[in-house]
Write a protein of this length. Structure first.
Length: 285
Protein backbone atom coordinates (compact mmCIF):
# COMPACT_ATOMS: atom_id res chain seq x y z
CA UNK A 1 0.00 0.00 0.00
CA UNK A 2 1.35 3.43 -0.91
CA UNK A 3 2.26 5.60 2.04
CA UNK A 4 3.58 9.14 2.28
CA UNK A 5 5.41 10.86 5.12
CA UNK A 6 4.34 14.32 6.20
CA UNK A 7 6.58 16.74 7.99
CA UNK A 8 5.46 18.67 11.05
CA UNK A 9 4.83 21.82 9.02
CA UNK A 10 2.74 20.00 6.39
CA UNK A 11 0.76 18.20 9.07
CA UNK A 12 -0.07 21.41 10.92
CA UNK A 13 -1.04 23.12 7.68
CA UNK A 14 -3.41 20.31 6.78
CA UNK A 15 -4.87 20.27 10.27
CA UNK A 16 -5.53 23.99 10.06
CA UNK A 17 -7.35 23.53 6.77
CA UNK A 18 -9.61 20.88 8.29
CA UNK A 19 -10.23 23.06 11.36
CA UNK A 20 -11.31 25.95 9.16
CA UNK A 21 -13.59 23.59 7.25
CA UNK A 22 -15.20 22.38 10.48
CA UNK A 23 -15.83 25.92 11.73
CA UNK A 24 -17.25 27.12 8.42
CA UNK A 25 -19.38 24.03 7.96
CA UNK A 26 -21.05 23.91 11.37
CA UNK A 27 -24.08 25.97 10.36
CA UNK A 28 -24.05 25.15 6.67
CA UNK A 29 -26.82 23.00 5.23
CA UNK A 30 -26.61 20.95 2.01
CA UNK A 31 -27.67 22.77 -1.16
CA UNK A 32 -31.41 23.19 -1.66
CA UNK A 33 -33.52 23.59 -4.76
CA UNK A 34 -31.94 20.66 -6.55
CA UNK A 35 -33.20 20.02 -10.08
CA UNK A 36 -35.93 17.38 -10.18
CA UNK A 37 -37.66 15.76 -13.10
CA UNK A 38 -41.41 16.39 -13.14
CA UNK A 39 -41.97 12.69 -13.84
CA UNK A 40 -40.60 11.65 -10.46
CA UNK A 41 -42.65 12.02 -7.27
CA UNK A 42 -41.33 14.14 -4.44
CA UNK A 43 -38.58 12.43 -2.45
CA UNK A 44 -38.51 9.50 -4.85
CA UNK A 45 -35.80 6.95 -4.14
CA UNK A 46 -34.07 5.22 -7.01
CA UNK A 47 -33.09 1.60 -7.38
CA UNK A 48 -29.86 0.33 -8.96
CA UNK A 49 -29.64 -3.38 -9.73
CA UNK A 50 -26.67 -5.39 -11.06
CA UNK A 51 -26.97 -8.94 -12.41
CA UNK A 52 -23.48 -10.45 -12.33
CA UNK A 53 -24.52 -13.37 -14.54
CA UNK A 54 -25.07 -10.93 -17.42
CA UNK A 55 -21.87 -8.88 -17.11
CA UNK A 56 -19.29 -9.79 -19.79
CA UNK A 57 -16.56 -7.37 -18.72
CA UNK A 58 -16.66 -5.39 -21.96
CA UNK A 59 -15.79 -2.05 -20.32
CA UNK A 60 -18.52 -0.12 -22.16
CA UNK A 61 -19.88 1.14 -18.84
CA UNK A 62 -16.53 2.62 -17.86
CA UNK A 63 -15.96 4.34 -21.18
CA UNK A 64 -19.48 5.78 -21.13
CA UNK A 65 -18.98 7.04 -17.57
CA UNK A 66 -15.64 8.64 -18.44
CA UNK A 67 -17.12 10.43 -21.45
CA UNK A 68 -20.30 11.53 -19.67
CA UNK A 69 -18.69 12.74 -16.45
CA UNK A 70 -15.23 13.82 -17.63
CA UNK A 71 -13.53 11.40 -15.26
CA UNK A 72 -9.81 12.09 -14.87
CA UNK A 73 -7.19 9.80 -16.33
CA UNK A 74 -4.50 8.32 -14.12
CA UNK A 75 -1.88 10.74 -15.42
CA UNK A 76 -3.88 13.69 -14.09
CA UNK A 77 -3.09 12.66 -10.51
CA UNK A 78 0.29 12.85 -8.71
CA UNK A 79 2.04 9.49 -8.54
CA UNK A 80 2.36 9.63 -4.76
CA UNK A 81 -0.93 11.25 -3.79
CA UNK A 82 -1.45 10.62 -0.05
CA UNK A 83 -5.08 9.59 -0.59
CA UNK A 84 -4.34 7.08 -3.32
CA UNK A 85 -4.53 3.49 -2.14
CA UNK A 86 -2.93 1.02 -4.50
CA UNK A 87 -4.42 -2.08 -2.88
CA UNK A 88 -7.93 -2.84 -1.69
CA UNK A 89 -7.45 -5.49 0.95
CA UNK A 90 -10.47 -7.68 1.51
CA UNK A 91 -10.91 -11.27 2.55
CA UNK A 92 -12.77 -13.79 0.40
CA UNK A 93 -14.23 -16.78 2.18
CA UNK A 94 -14.13 -20.02 0.20
CA UNK A 95 -14.82 -23.66 1.05
CA UNK A 96 -11.32 -24.57 2.14
CA UNK A 97 -9.57 -21.41 3.23
CA UNK A 98 -9.59 -17.65 3.50
CA UNK A 99 -8.04 -15.95 0.47
CA UNK A 100 -6.94 -12.34 0.34
CA UNK A 101 -7.96 -10.07 -2.50
CA UNK A 102 -5.04 -7.84 -3.46
CA UNK A 103 -6.58 -6.55 -6.67
CA UNK A 104 -5.27 -3.14 -7.65
CA UNK A 105 -7.65 -0.45 -6.44
CA UNK A 106 -8.80 1.60 -9.48
CA UNK A 107 -9.57 4.75 -7.49
CA UNK A 108 -9.51 7.01 -10.55
CA UNK A 109 -12.79 5.56 -11.85
CA UNK A 110 -16.34 6.26 -10.84
CA UNK A 111 -17.19 2.68 -11.78
CA UNK A 112 -15.12 -0.36 -12.65
CA UNK A 113 -15.48 -4.12 -13.18
CA UNK A 114 -13.59 -6.76 -11.19
CA UNK A 115 -12.91 -10.26 -12.51
CA UNK A 116 -13.30 -13.15 -10.07
CA UNK A 117 -11.70 -16.51 -10.94
CA UNK A 118 -11.68 -19.84 -9.15
CA UNK A 119 -8.51 -21.62 -10.28
CA UNK A 120 -6.76 -24.87 -9.47
CA UNK A 121 -3.45 -24.59 -7.63
CA UNK A 122 -1.14 -27.19 -6.05
CA UNK A 123 -2.62 -26.21 -2.69
CA UNK A 124 -6.20 -26.55 -3.90
CA UNK A 125 -8.84 -24.19 -5.26
CA UNK A 126 -7.95 -20.50 -4.97
CA UNK A 127 -9.79 -17.29 -5.76
CA UNK A 128 -8.08 -14.65 -7.88
CA UNK A 129 -9.45 -11.16 -8.29
CA UNK A 130 -8.13 -8.54 -10.69
CA UNK A 131 -9.22 -5.33 -12.37
CA UNK A 132 -6.39 -4.06 -14.60
CA UNK A 133 -7.13 -0.44 -15.45
CA UNK A 134 -10.51 -1.11 -13.88
CA UNK A 135 -11.27 -3.56 -16.67
CA UNK A 136 -11.66 -0.73 -19.15
CA UNK A 137 -9.32 -2.32 -21.69
CA UNK A 138 -9.87 -6.01 -21.05
CA UNK A 139 -8.20 -8.66 -18.89
CA UNK A 140 -5.01 -10.69 -19.35
CA UNK A 141 -5.08 -14.45 -20.04
CA UNK A 142 -4.84 -16.82 -17.09
CA UNK A 143 -2.07 -19.44 -16.86
CA UNK A 144 -4.10 -21.82 -14.69
CA UNK A 145 -7.12 -24.07 -14.96
CA UNK A 146 -10.19 -21.92 -14.38
CA UNK A 147 -13.09 -23.67 -12.67
CA UNK A 148 -15.39 -20.68 -12.57
CA UNK A 149 -15.23 -17.04 -13.56
CA UNK A 150 -17.49 -14.01 -13.45
CA UNK A 151 -17.40 -10.22 -13.53
CA UNK A 152 -18.66 -7.87 -10.81
CA UNK A 153 -19.31 -4.17 -11.57
CA UNK A 154 -18.55 -1.78 -8.72
CA UNK A 155 -19.71 1.79 -8.13
CA UNK A 156 -20.76 4.08 -5.29
CA UNK A 157 -23.48 2.35 -3.27
CA UNK A 158 -25.27 5.60 -2.34
CA UNK A 159 -25.80 4.28 1.15
CA UNK A 160 -28.86 5.22 3.17
CA UNK A 161 -26.62 5.79 6.21
CA UNK A 162 -23.31 6.76 4.60
CA UNK A 163 -20.22 7.09 6.75
CA UNK A 164 -18.77 9.57 4.23
CA UNK A 165 -21.55 12.05 5.02
CA UNK A 166 -21.08 11.65 8.75
CA UNK A 167 -17.38 12.50 8.72
CA UNK A 168 -17.45 15.41 6.24
CA UNK A 169 -16.52 18.55 8.24
CA UNK A 170 -17.99 21.05 5.74
CA UNK A 171 -21.18 19.28 4.58
CA UNK A 172 -19.62 19.03 1.12
CA UNK A 173 -20.79 15.42 0.99
CA UNK A 174 -24.55 15.29 1.41
CA UNK A 175 -27.65 13.27 0.54
CA UNK A 176 -30.11 14.61 -2.03
CA UNK A 177 -33.88 14.46 -1.34
CA UNK A 178 -34.00 11.27 -3.43
CA UNK A 179 -31.26 9.56 -1.45
CA UNK A 180 -28.36 10.13 -3.88
CA UNK A 181 -25.03 10.85 -2.20
CA UNK A 182 -23.40 13.86 -3.87
CA UNK A 183 -20.36 16.13 -3.41
CA UNK A 184 -20.40 19.93 -3.56
CA UNK A 185 -16.99 20.76 -5.03
CA UNK A 186 -17.25 24.37 -3.78
CA UNK A 187 -17.34 23.20 -0.18
CA UNK A 188 -14.91 20.30 -0.35
CA UNK A 189 -11.58 21.14 1.30
CA UNK A 190 -9.83 17.94 0.24
CA UNK A 191 -9.35 16.61 3.78
CA UNK A 192 -9.86 13.02 2.55
CA UNK A 193 -12.00 12.09 5.57
CA UNK A 194 -14.72 10.72 3.30
CA UNK A 195 -12.19 8.69 1.30
CA UNK A 196 -10.91 7.01 4.43
CA UNK A 197 -14.42 6.50 5.85
CA UNK A 198 -15.87 4.75 2.79
CA UNK A 199 -15.66 0.98 3.45
CA UNK A 200 -15.99 0.24 -0.27
CA UNK A 201 -13.08 2.31 -1.64
CA UNK A 202 -15.40 4.19 -4.00
CA UNK A 203 -13.86 7.67 -3.72
CA UNK A 204 -10.69 9.37 -4.90
CA UNK A 205 -9.27 12.88 -4.97
CA UNK A 206 -9.51 14.88 -8.18
CA UNK A 207 -6.87 17.61 -8.36
CA UNK A 208 -7.82 19.19 -11.67
CA UNK A 209 -9.48 22.18 -9.98
CA UNK A 210 -6.13 23.24 -8.56
CA UNK A 211 -7.03 21.67 -5.21
CA UNK A 212 -8.16 18.28 -4.03
CA UNK A 213 -11.88 17.59 -4.42
CA UNK A 214 -13.54 14.29 -3.56
CA UNK A 215 -14.74 12.46 -6.67
CA UNK A 216 -17.13 9.53 -7.03
CA UNK A 217 -20.12 8.09 -8.88
CA UNK A 218 -23.29 10.21 -8.74
CA UNK A 219 -25.58 7.78 -10.59
CA UNK A 220 -25.41 10.52 -13.27
CA UNK A 221 -27.61 12.78 -11.16
CA UNK A 222 -27.76 15.35 -13.94
CA UNK A 223 -29.32 12.70 -16.18
CA UNK A 224 -31.70 10.86 -13.86
CA UNK A 225 -33.28 14.11 -12.68
CA UNK A 226 -34.25 14.70 -16.30
CA UNK A 227 -35.78 11.26 -16.77
CA UNK A 228 -32.71 9.67 -18.40
CA UNK A 229 -30.80 6.58 -17.37
CA UNK A 230 -27.25 6.71 -15.97
CA UNK A 231 -24.65 6.55 -18.74
CA UNK A 232 -23.33 3.17 -17.59
CA UNK A 233 -26.84 1.65 -17.69
CA UNK A 234 -27.47 3.01 -21.18
CA UNK A 235 -24.13 1.67 -22.47
CA UNK A 236 -24.46 -1.84 -21.00
CA UNK A 237 -25.10 -4.22 -23.96
CA UNK A 238 -26.42 -7.13 -21.88
CA UNK A 239 -28.72 -5.46 -19.36
CA UNK A 240 -26.42 -6.32 -16.45
CA UNK A 241 -27.02 -2.84 -15.05
CA UNK A 242 -30.60 -1.71 -14.45
CA UNK A 243 -32.03 1.46 -12.95
CA UNK A 244 -35.51 2.31 -11.71
CA UNK A 245 -37.64 4.07 -9.10
CA UNK A 246 -37.59 2.21 -5.80
CA UNK A 247 -40.64 4.08 -4.50
CA UNK A 248 -42.75 2.88 -7.45
CA UNK A 249 -44.00 -0.69 -6.87
CA UNK A 250 -44.84 -1.01 -10.59
CA UNK A 251 -41.30 -0.24 -11.70
CA UNK A 252 -39.70 -3.39 -13.25
CA UNK A 253 -36.51 -3.02 -11.23
CA UNK A 254 -38.39 -2.49 -7.98
CA UNK A 255 -40.66 -5.44 -8.76
CA UNK A 256 -37.61 -7.66 -9.30
CA UNK A 257 -36.00 -6.55 -6.04
CA UNK A 258 -39.18 -7.29 -4.11
CA UNK A 259 -39.79 -10.67 -5.73
CA UNK A 260 -36.24 -12.05 -5.74
CA UNK A 261 -33.35 -12.45 -3.38
CA UNK A 262 -30.84 -9.64 -3.85
CA UNK A 263 -27.62 -8.79 -2.04
CA UNK A 264 -25.66 -5.74 -0.97
CA UNK A 265 -21.91 -5.45 -0.40
CA UNK A 266 -20.63 -5.54 3.17
CA UNK A 267 -23.97 -5.00 4.93
CA UNK A 268 -22.21 -5.48 8.27
CA UNK A 269 -20.75 -1.95 7.99
CA UNK A 270 -24.12 -0.40 8.82
CA UNK A 271 -23.98 1.95 5.82
CA UNK A 272 -27.08 0.32 4.27
CA UNK A 273 -25.87 0.30 0.61
CA UNK A 274 -28.55 0.92 -2.00
CA UNK A 275 -26.91 -0.83 -4.98
CA UNK A 276 -28.42 -4.32 -5.14
CA UNK A 277 -26.83 -7.37 -6.74
CA UNK A 278 -28.67 -10.33 -8.20
CA UNK A 279 -26.98 -13.74 -8.44
CA UNK A 280 -23.97 -12.60 -6.40
CA UNK A 281 -21.42 -15.24 -5.44
CA UNK A 282 -20.44 -15.34 -1.79
CA UNK A 283 -16.77 -14.77 -2.67
CA UNK A 284 -17.73 -11.16 -3.42
CA UNK A 285 -19.55 -10.52 -0.15
Amino acid sequence: MNQSKLGRREFLAGSGLVFVGVVLGQDVKPPEGLVRCAGFPAHARWAYLIDTTKCIGCGNCMRACRAENNVAQKTAEPAAAPDERSLLARYLYTEGHKARNDAAQPTRFRTWVERYLQVETPEGVAVRVDAPEGGEHGYPPVDAKVLQGFFVPKLCNHCASPSCVKVCPTSATYISPEGVVLVDDKRCVGCCYCIQACPYGMRHLDRRLGRGVAEKCTWCYHRITKGLMPACVTACPTGARRFGVLSDPKDPVTAYIRANRVYTLRPETGNDPQVRYAQLAREVL
